[in-house]
Design a protein around this ligand. Structure first.
Ligand code: MN
Length: 272
């Protein structure tokens, strides 16, 4: 068996509410495993050379949930209602995401992952939906609620890749976030919104698999089998990428050198 290797940047574990099981990103690694991929947790705070050596071996990149991005990463002051940040996770994911975009490595973003994808490609975020978006629904998780609780619908563009994978243009989803995409990065398109207009799904505009959702499909695998279809489509794309690379159809991404930093400079430009 030659399963595609799916890298998942880890996180700093200091969350007494969720505990180490969630901190270990077990729901994400399990979903990739069930979908036929081999998940690999990537440590934080590595040297750029070590991080790139890992990246070179990846067939796909999964950006998981986690704490808020530091608004400095998209050129804004940190508002009082912006919550905990993780500088090492930010730096690791910004580098990996930009490398993946530049090398056309298949990428799936979940929750913080859709936010990271947007920021890494030059977009910005609402630092708190409740403060920044009048009339918004409650997107946050309340203590004690199950993580698979249906919170709101998402209307998908019927012609989108995600609608094709999920086999529907309307999806009921969970919601465990207080931030979301504000200005969309170039190279991305919005393909799904909640009824209050919050961005819940984006895709890349190129043909390669670049997709991200604001909800948590990994918590809904037992409730809605279409959620596993999303992971399967991602893993299949990663397997195709691996096969193309083995066949010599893809040049080594090692040629790409991007600085590992929180610098807002980025290779895909910024939409002001
Ligand atoms: Mn939501």
């Amino acid at each position: 068996m030659n399963l595609p290797l799916i890298g998942i940047p880890s996180r700093t574990i200091n969350d007494p509410v969720f505990g180490t099981r969630y901190g270990g990103l077990a729901t994400y690694t399990r979903a990739v495993d069930l979908a036929g991929g081999a998940p690999l947790l990537i440590p934080l705070a590595l040297s750029e050379d070590a991080l790139h050596a890992i990246f070179d071996r990846l067939d796909g990149l999964l950006l998981a949930g986690g704490v808020d991005l530091d608004p400095a990463s998209y050129g804004e002051e940190k508002a009082p209602y912006c919550e905990e940040v993780d500088a090492e996770k930010d730096a690791t994911e910004l580098a990996l995401t930009r490398w993946a975009l530049a090398a056309d490595v298949p990428l799936l973003g979940i929750c913080r992952g859709i936010q990271m994808l947007n920021v890494a490609a030059g977009g910005t975020l609402y630092q708190d939906i409740g403060h920044d978006v009048a009339g918004s629904l409650r997107h946050e998780h309340a203590t004690g609620e199950p993580f698979n609780r249906i919170a709101h619908a998402v209307d998908l563009d019927p012609g989108s890749r995600l609608a094709g994978i999920l086999g529907t243009a309307v999806l009921d989803v969970n919601s465990l976030h207080h931030q979301s995409v504000k200005h969309l990065a170039p190279g991305l398109k919005v393909v799904g919104r909640s009824p209050d207009g919050i961005v819940e799904a984006v895709e890349g505009t190129s043909g390669r698999f670049v997709a991200a959702v604001q909800f948590h499909p990994e918590w809904m695998l037992e409730d809605d089998t279409r959620m596993l279809d999303l992971f399967r489509a991602f893993v299949t794309s990663a397997a195709d990428y691996a096969a193309a690379r083995r066949a010599g159809g893809i040049s080594a991404p090692a040629a790409i050198t991007l600085r590992l930093s929180l610098d807002t400079e980025n290779p895909l430009g910024r939409e002001s």
